[in-house]
Design a binder for this molecule. Structure first.
Ligand SMILES: *Cc1c(COP(=O)(O)O)cnc(C)c1O
Length: 380
């Protein structure tokens, strides 16, 4: 029964560390509000220190970071990019904007990540990039992906939008391919409202990445005194965030370990509490392969069918708990049907996307998590 005095539990609630406004006030006092000021530099240094990336560049979104990656990979119309269909639209659109064609392959049933055993068969003479998406902050099988890419001379661009603070065999996600992209959207672990970063791991791409991000100019080199003129040298756009965003983000980066630890504790609670329901055959819990340290970006469960999921969502809603699903697979979305293709069957993608349900997971949920679990037990 719904108790009208009980507050509904939202699916997501952005966590504020308490220092965001203080740093924004400092940016205001500094009087430097455009990009690449003191706070952006702190964020770059933090990213480079904690990930080991050769070069980290803040962007105004992960979408923008992926667009930069598409420019850096020099994609030409008709070039092909191998990626999962079970992902956010930007994974594909950043490349479609260059005239490239997404070639979707199916996902693994355990992690819902790109199935590395199906990649090689999808490679054609037009393939330029393999684009693994680390779903829920759990790593793709990167050793195999890098080996295939190396043999075929392909770029690997990691969509690590959900993967900050996660590792694969000890290596931070986003640093294993030639480039990686993070998101700081308010639904992610470390947030700036809207924001992102491109990690450039291939040193040959670092200088051009700065130029593309600064409207196709050599502004960054000019400020470092490496060139004596600041001028138009390449294509590019304005991909950098202003200092107010960077100041907010810096407050979050300072707390990244703490935020991750609190999310992991919530994730572990769900995982332990739902083990009996999995044993009883009522749901399937997420799978974490060996060597993948995740960041608790998401807790999802897999239900029996689309109909069952709809009933569970409705039932949870009546009990004041908001649980959501996501991703109409891109190969079956209206634009995808016309402007992409897929290689091989897409059974896992089609099935799993119908069955997946995400539970609330945000820092501060600690006090209400038992209520979510009680509601879920009831709903099932
Ligand atoms: C959130 C997300 C994006 C887009 O991030 P923005 O910062 O909102 O542009 C891209 N890919 C995946 C897998 C995501 O989860």
């Amino acid at each position: 029964m719904k108790d009208p005095t009980m507050q509904a539990i939202p699916f997501n609630k952005p966590f504020m560390t308490g220092r965001e406004l203080w740093y924004i006030a400092q940016a205001h006092t500094n009087g430097h509000l455009s990009g690449d000021g003191q706070f952006t530099k702190k964020c770059h240094a933090w990213l480079e220190r904690t990930t080991g990336a050769r070069r980290a560049l803040l962007t105004h979104s992960c979408t923008a970071a992926l667009e930069m990656a598409a420019l850096l990979a020099d994609l030409q119309p008709g070039d092909e990019v191998i990626m999962p269909s079970y992902t956010f639209v930007s994974t594909a659109n950043a490349f479609v904007m260059r005239g490239a064609v997404p070639v979707f392959v199916d996902i693994r049933p355990d992690t819902l990540n790109l199935d590395e055993t199906r990649i090689e068969a999808a490679i054609t003479p037009r393939t330029k990039v393999i684009l693994p998406v680390h779903y829920a902050g759990v790593a793709c099988e990167m050793d195999t992906i890098m080996e295939i890419a190396g043999r075929h001379g392909l770029f690997v661009i990691e969509d690590a939008a959900q993967g900050i603070m996660s590792t694969y065999k000890g290596r931070p996600l986003g640093t294993i391919g030639h480039m990686g992209a993070y998101s700081f959207h308010e639904t992610k672990n470390i947030i700036a409202g809207e924001g992102g970063a491109l990690l450039v791991n291939d040193p040959a791409l670092a200088d051009r990445a700065e130029i593309i991000r600064e409207k196709g100019t050599n502004r960054s080199q000019f400020f470092r005194g490496q060139v004596d003129k600041y001028t138009w040298v390449d294509i590019g756009s304005s991909y950098l965030p202003g200092e107010v965003i960077a100041a907010f983000l810096w407050a979050q980066m300072e707390e990244a370990d703490n935020i991750t630890a609190r999310r992991l504790a919530l994730w572990d609670n769900y995982h332990a509490a739902l083990a009996p329901l999995e044993a009883a055959g009522k749901l399937r819990r997420p799978v974490l392969p060996d060597g993948c340290q995740h960041n608790a970006h998401m807790y999802y469960i897999l239900l029996e069918s689309l109909e069952h999921r709809s009933r569970v969502i409705g039932n949870l809603k009546r009990q004041g708990v908001s649980a959501v699903f996501h991703y109409v697979p891109l190969h079956s979305a209206p634009y995808g049907v016309k402007h992409s293709r897929h290689h091989g069957g897409m059974e896992q993608t089609d099935q799993l996307s119908d069955r997946l349900l995400r539970l609330p997971l945000w820092v501060g949920l600690e006090e209400e998590q038992q209520r979510v679990l009680r509601a879920l037990n009831e709903a099932l």
